[in-house]
Write a protein that binds this ligand. Structure first.
Ligand SMILES: Nc1ncnc2c1ncn2[C@@H]1O[C@H](COP(=O)(O)OP(=O)(O)OP(=O)(O)O)[C@@H](O)[C@H]1O
Length: 607
């Protein structure tokens, strides 16, 4: 029997269009055909379990063979097979009706809409025509008394279907590789594609006499069956180039309201926001889909490694489509919650171990808090603050720790921090002498984190230690009286102004404790933050602050003995003022170049 026919497609040149636009990655044809073969094999297994197939299953394998000379790639399975009728139905109608619909929708659309349309289409059998100019199917159904069928299609809309004498159950799909697809005739290329997409398929895949996959990867098993070693070993398999062990992991396992399994690993983070080579891999029923998981996994968790497997994620991952997908949004929420629960668990069960890992996980936690409100709500109980002595506190613990000493006259708690303990050493030391605690906020996200905490925590403000003189950082009720008369204060101010002779240095005289430094240079917290934000790309209204030169407050301590000396009428006042000012600059690493040379010269003279 031979039958020729026309595939019910109205648009003549459907394949060139598919070939050109459907997938930029032609290599996925192999993933599609091998997954079809695996599906057919698993369907047969299920039928056998249900007693609907009583024959011998035999060795269930999928074989990929390459005949370079003949320009042929064959994908063979011993699955349930198809009769001629089934080929007409499943291949001619189902596989190609998808293609028709695709082209119909695709015509006359702009690029963005086209992208979206591509995203909606199931990949499948017809992806074979991206690399082949002729495709044959030889198939024999598992059903007794049926004849084997042979189907040929040359990429036009007509096909030939005839009986054949294939003896074994199953399907061979033969691709006659097109002239422009020579790359797929290289064994190494095929092996790479198979390892990329088929490494964890549930049925053995054989290529050049070797099985290339692991049929039961650990994420498909129960956590109770697995040891820490199994998880670590699997991490190595996923990322053979990785030198570090993961810190810990989460085994994901849900079947309602969507299906998802997987393992997420927390890696050691070497430098902040480093480029991540080891990405999370996305699978659908053990078939690799992509490692661009941007829309499936919340952005802050992109720093994690591992695998996610879900049949509920649309296979062909197109941006605009994924973002709108309800299942994807639920998955997103679920993963966020799981990660928060895991961290909370670690924190509760093993505080010491958690603290040890804080350097590595702190970044995730803060990034998560900043980018996801729900995560903030959970993480506020286990986020840690580190002070300059290296001690770690939760938010509540810290508030309690500083409450007694760091309240200002209005009852607000003032949190002091440094972003560079070395550089701001004199300020940190001054604050500590007062009995204040100073936090270390020296990581890349910390400026944003400070902003967030300030908004969230009631009656709490944050000040960088060098934002003001120590007595002004936290304004208490009692004010120190000045030992100088008003005239003297004026005179002192003028002397310093002349000595400094710099418009960006705003000199003022204040009555501080005689134990404080004679001159203190600070940068206003508000102004500094605005300028910082402008530098890191905060747009809009911040622009104007960036245009201002850096400006500083120079506070001269009226109660320090140096003030008396500057006022003494021996003609050395200005020189001393300049010297005291330079010392303050020096304490902050701001004295450089010629100014530094002058300072050294003047110091020698004064000696
Ligand atoms: N190797 C095979 N053995 C048995 N049946 C097959 C085989 N390959 C394809 N088929 C049949 O042809 C149908 C169409 O295949 P196609 O790959 O185009 O779409 P799909 O697998 O149903 O969906 P998708 O691949 O988009 O998820 C399949 O559903 C299946 O019934």
């Amino acid at each position: 029997m031979q039958e020729t026919g026309s595939i019910s497609i109205h648009t003549e040149n459907i394949f060139p269009i598919i070939k050109k636009f459907l997938y930029s990655d032609h290599e996925i044809f192999l993933r599609e055909l091998v997954s079809n073969a695996v599906d057919a094999t698993q369907k047969l297994k299920s039928l056998a379990q249900l007693g609907e197939y009583k024959g011998d299953l035999g060795e269930l394998k999928v074989r990929v063979t390459l005949d370079k000379e003949a320009r042929k790639i064959t994908i063979s399975d011993q699955g349930l097979g198809m009769t001629a009728e089934e080929i007409k139905k499943y291949i001619n109608q189902i596989a190609f009706s998808g293609a028709t619909e695709f082209v119909e929708k695709y015509k006359d659309k702009d690029a963005a809409t086209k992208d979206q349309i591509i995203g909606q289409f199931g990949l499948g059998f017809y992806s074979a025509f991206m690399v082949a100019d002729n495709v044959e199917i030889y198939s024999k159904s598992f059903q007794e008394g049926t004849e084997a069928a042979h189907w040929i299609c040359d990429g036009s809309t007509s096909f030939t279907l005839e009986t054949t004498d294939k003896a074994e159950r199953g399907t061979d799909v033969v691709l006659h590789v097109a002239d422009d697809s020579d790359e797929f005739l290289e064994p190494a290329r095929l092996r790479t594609i198979l390892t990329k997409y088929c490494k964890f398929l549930p049925i053995p895949i054989e290529f050049e006499g070797e099985v290339i996959n692991q049929t039961t990867p650990i994420w498909t098993k129960q956590p109770s069956e697995l040891t820490d070693e199994d998880y670590k070993k699997f991490y190595q398999e996923l990322y053979p180039m990785s030198l570090d062990e993961p810190l810990f992991w989460i085994h994901l396992n849900v079947d309602y309201p969507f299906n998802l399994t997987g393992i997420l690993y927390f890696p050691k983070v070497k430098d902040e926001l480093q480029f991540q080579r080891n990405k999370i891999q996305l699978y659908s029923r053990q078939v690799f889909i992509t490692d661009e998981v941007k829309d499936v996994v919340p952005e802050f968790l992109m720093l994690l490694h591992g695998v996610i497997d879900s049949p509920d994620i649309p296979l062909n991952v197109s941006r605009s489509f994924l973002q709108a997908d309800a299942a994807v949004r639920k998955i997103n929420t679920y993963i966020t919650k799981k990660v928060a629960d895991k961290l909370n668990d670690l924190f509760k069960k093993d505080r010491a171990g958690y603290e040890e890992k804080w350097n590595d996980i702190g970044l995730f936690v803060k990034y998560g808090m900043l980018s996801d409100e729900k995560f903030y709500e959970k993480a506020k109980d286990f986020v840690l603050l580190k002070n300059v002595d290296g001690k770690l506190f939760t938010l509540t613990e810290y508030t309690e720790h500083i409450q007694a000493n760091q309240q200002d006259k209005d009852g607000n708690t003032v949190v002091l921090y440094t972003n560079d303990a070395e550089h701001q050493h004199s300020f940190v030391a001054a604050a500590q002498e007062r009995g204040y605690d100073v936090l270390n906020f020296d990581q890349v996200l910390d400026p944003h984190f400070v902003g967030q905490l300030e908004q969230k925590l009631e009656k709490t403000s944050f000040k960088r230690v060098d934002a003001d003189t120590v007595s002004k950082l936290i304004e208490k009720d009692h004010t120190t009286e000045s030992v100088l008369s008003e005239d003297d204060q004026k005179k002192l101010e003028e002397t310093f102004k002349t000595a400094i002779a710099n418009d960006t240095m705003h000199v003022k005289v204040a009555a501080l404790s005689p134990q404080d430094a004679p001159v203190i240079i600070t940068q206003n917290e508000f102004m500094r933050r605005m300028k910082d934000m402008q530098r890191t790309g905060g747009g809009g209204g911040m622009q104007m602050f960036g245009a201002f030169p850096d400006s500083y407050d120079v506070t001269v301590n009226a109660n320090h003995p140096v003030a008396q000396k500057v006022l003494a009428t021996d003609g050395n006042g200005e020189k001393l003022a300049k010297q005291a000012f330079d010392l303050a600059l020096l304490a902050q690493g701001m004295l450089k170049g010629e100014a530094l040379t002058q300072f050294v010269k003047r110091s020698t003279e004064l000696l």
